[in-house]
Design a binder for this molecule. Structure first.
Ligand code: PMP
Length: 321
């Protein structure tokens, strides 16, 4: 007999968000004291780790009665959260407006529009500037009565990783994880996975992989954000931490240059068959350093956030041809 449940069962493709594979690297890092395992979030239906968040935010808002049928969602997104939300909005019958800074790739813009979302571009403005993408999204939502999905502030963000990504990693790794490495955009992934793993494995090291130019590595080390410089890797790094980024869940940071991120990304594609974007290279570059310094053989787990298809038009990937 079916067990009665308050939640309607997820149907169609939404039932296949999460439960992504955890696989060992076969070539990169061979011979290091600890193996590297990668969590393949690029294999989610929308091509990124953000599918988990998109579904969780919409289901949380539905549960709280905040979304009338056909409601409009509005998000400040570098692209991946938009893709996840566009997928969920399409299946659940909502409209979506995405506000993104113009440094983000054309591929991401084209994909969002093709999925039916409206894309609003903003200049690459700092957080205090009224033209900053997060401020513009907030203003548009208030003016138009749209539901602000608010990935940078909502507690749903870290919680979904604490409830799904973290437990999946621990189970798939057979209960042993020496370190977990991830880049940080909103900080939802590292805060949620970090909190879960630390609760179950007190000796695990949680490592923030930060682009050179981002201020977050200095913040992890001293509590004060460091300098603010340009870099090309998309979706990670910041000039200051978001309110949901949990410093207590993070043990250390590694600074990774664009050059190193993109070189490792190319190796992930060509040697491992992992068709991932640049921030995956940042995480694995940091994981290689951690694995090289390891004094025990517990695996180092790196999270691969998104798929390579959103970067085909970027010069760093065009240079591979
Ligand atoms: N990599 C990419 C490509 C992303 O778009 C994001 C999210 N902005 C991240 C990594 C970081 O994930 P989180 O927001 O959970 O910190």
């Amino acid at each position: 007999m079916a067990v009665p449940s308050e939640e309607p069962p997820r149907s169609g493709i939404l039932a296949h968000i999460g439960h992504t594979p955890l696989v060992p690297l076969l070539h990169i890092g061979r011979g290091l004291p600890a193996p590297i395992l990668v969590k393949c979030e690029h294999l989610n239906p929308g091509g990124s780790v953000k599918d988990r968040l998109a579904l969780a935010i919409v289901e949380d808002a539905e549960r709280r009665g905040l979304l009338a049928p056909g409601a409009t969602l509005c998000e400040a997104t570098a692209g991946n959260t938009g893709m996840g939300l566009a997928l969920v909005a399409a299946v659940r019958g909502y409209r979506l407006v995405c506000v993104m800074p113009e440094k983000m790739s054309h591929d991401k813009r084209a994909a969002l529009s093709s999925l039916g979302a409206q894309v609003v571009m903003t200049p690459n403005a700092p957080p205090d500037d009224p033209e900053n993408f997060q401020q513009v999204a907030r203003r548009l939502a208030t003016e138009n009565g749209w539901f602000l999905t608010d990935q940078f502030c909502t507690p749903v963000n870290a919680r979904i990783h604490e409830e799904t990504t973290g437990p999946e990693i621990l189970a798939q790794a057979g209960g042993s994880v020496g370190a977990f490495v991830a880049g940080v955009g909103t900080g939802g992934t590292i805060s949620g996975v970090g909190r879960f793993l630390k609760r179950h494995l007190p000796s695990v090291r949680i490592v923030l992989a930060d682009p050179v130019g981002s201020s977050l590595a200095a913040w992890v080390e001293s509590g004060v954000p460091g300098g603010d410089g340009p870099y090309l890797v998309e979706g990670i790094g910041a000039s200051r931490p978001s309110v949901i980024l949990d410093r207590a869940a993070i043990d250390q940071a590694e600074r990774i240059s664009d050059e190193e991120s993109f070189a490792v990304t190319q190796r992930l594609v060509r040697e491992e068959g992992l068709l991932v974007g640049g921030s995956a290279g940042t995480a694995v570059a940091a994981a290689l350093r951690i694995a090289a310094r390891a004094d025990r053989a517990d695996p180092v787990v790196a999270l691969l956030p998104d798929s390579w298809d959103r970067y085909f038009s970027q010069p760093w990937m065009q240079a591979w041809r």
